[in-house]
Ligand binder design. Structure first.
Ligand SMILES: *Cc1c(COP(=O)(O)O)cnc(C)c1O
Length: 429
């Protein structure tokens, strides 16, 4: 008997069979955990060295007021991001409100009316469809501002490099690639696949801007897309790189002239990166960045344990448990509305915050079907923390991610399986 079996039984009434089952799954994937640990170690060195090289010091965490001139901490945070992602420059700000804003800012500020934006990864993430104007008629969408848009459909979940040239136009300016799964049913693109795409793009048209949406991908590998022939990349601080500590924010890294355009859009031409109060958030932003490799490692381990357990129970899981991961998302095809609701309920009940609430399917703006969401994090909407959601439609996929600690992820999995087993929605022998 494991030393924790009693405390799990006393507090959560977990059946021994369920504990046994999860421990066995863990045993089968333990060798993969070593790969994650090496990746985390590698990235920890990168980040530590960048902090030392920038001479980060305790006084950098104090902040100014008003215009925010001479905020040393803000400037160092951006230098550290640029160093770690190996880019010429970076924009890391608490007033980039989320990942969508970071991506929208990166793209919009580098396109003029008459330019063409081409997505190489098929249909982009839901919120970006609005930014582009595919699902919104807001006056400021890219389409309504005179920017052309098209996309190269994926083939079997992979980038179609053979067809790419047929979609290129004289005025194509930015090619965008979304690394992570998002709400689709494909695995995240590996660094290798993104690398091949970059090489093909450059061969055909040298001066294109290659942009990568890196949401959920940070520190899942030893290389970031920005280390490839990528010009611009963006992500959210309430996902991997915020380490669960950043209150808000987004980052954009890349070529100096492109970052300058982003800064001119975020603030104003002539002001750029020189102004912008950090409201004392530099400490959380950098402490979160510092622990991000470890937090991401635990999110990866949690993801793998869930994948393995649900595969053993004969559910279809993306990515497969033996697949090399490139983000922290797992999609599980749960096949039934009862299982989807139960899954989300027990993610919520297993959370440190708001555990007393029961998630219910609701009519979320912008979605056709009802959506159920579970999240009980310290930071609202933070999806590096344990969270899950899914649309209430056949085949009832749940998208699940995060877990600040592996132990928390494991407790949640035990609670979910225990309840499904008690209700005879699954059978654990
Ligand atoms: C999370 C995410 C975004 C941005 O989402 P926000 O909720 O605005 O932070 C964009 N693209 C992908 C692939 C994502 O996973």
């Amino acid at each position: 008997m494991d030393i924790y079996e009693n405390i799990l039984k006393e507090n959560y009434q977990i059946n021994s069979k369920v504990i046994n089952f999860v421990d066995k799954c863990e045993e089968k994937i333990k060798n993969r955990y070593e790969d994650f640990s090496k990746i985390a170690m590698y990235n920890q060195v990168k980040i530590l060295k960048a902090m030392q090289d920038s001479k980060l010091q305790s006084t950098d965490f104090s902040w100014t007021t008003g215009y925010g001139y001479g905020d040393a901490g803000r400037d160092k945070a951006e230098k550290i991001y640029a160093d770690v992602f190996k880019t010429e420059d970076a924009l890391v700000r608490p007033n980039i409100v989320n990942g969508t804003h970071a991506i929208s800012l990166a793209i919009s500020s580098n396109l003029e009316s008459g330019d063409h934006l081409l997505s190489l990864s098929g249909r982009p993430y839901d919120t970006l469809q609005k930014v582009i104007g595919l699902t919104s008629n807001n006056k400021k969408t890219l389409l309504n501002r005179g920017i052309e848009y098209s996309e190269v459909p994926l083939i079997d979940g992979h980038i179609d490099l053979d067809s790419f040239k047929d979609y290129l136009r004289e005025n194509t300016k930015i090619v965008m690639i979304q690394r992570s799964t998002g709400y689709s049913n494909r695995a995240a693109f590996s660094i290798d696949e993104i690398d091949k795409a970059c090489r093909t793009i450059r061969k055909l048209k040298k001066d294109l801007i290659i942009f990568v949406d890196n949401c959920y991908g940070e520190f899942t590998d030893i290389k970031e897309p920005s280390e490839l022939d990528v010009d611009l990349m963006a992500g959210s601080l309430i996902k991997n790189p915020g380490g669960g500590l950043a209150y808000s924010g987004g980052y954009i890294v890349g070529k100096k002239n492109l970052i300058e355009n982003c800064a001119s859009f975020l603030t104003a031409p002539g002001i750029g990166k020189d102004c912008g109060l950090t409201f004392g958030m530099t400490r959380q932003v950098l402490q979160g960045f510092f622990i991000s490799p470890k937090i991401t490692e635990d999110a990866l381990k949690t993801a793998l344990l869930f994948s393995k357990a649900f595969e053993e129970l004969e559910f279809y899981v993306i990515p497969k448990s033996d697949y090399k991961r490139s983000d922290i998302i797992t999609a599980i095809r749960l096949e039934s509305p009862e299982i989807l609701e139960e899954f989300c309920k027990f993610i919520q009940f297993s959370s440190p915050v708001d555990s007393q609430f029961t998630p219910m399917p609701w009519d979320m703006p912008g979605y056709k079907d009802k959506v159920i969401m579970a999240a009980g994090g310290f930071i609202e909407g933070s999806s590096i923390e344990l969270s899950a959601d899914g649309p209430m439609r056949d085949p009832y996929y749940v998208y699940f991610q995060g877990g600040l600690t592996y132990y928390h992820g494991k407790i949640a999995l035990l609670n979910i399986l225990n309840s499904l087993n008690n209700k005879e929605l699954i059978k654990i022998k």
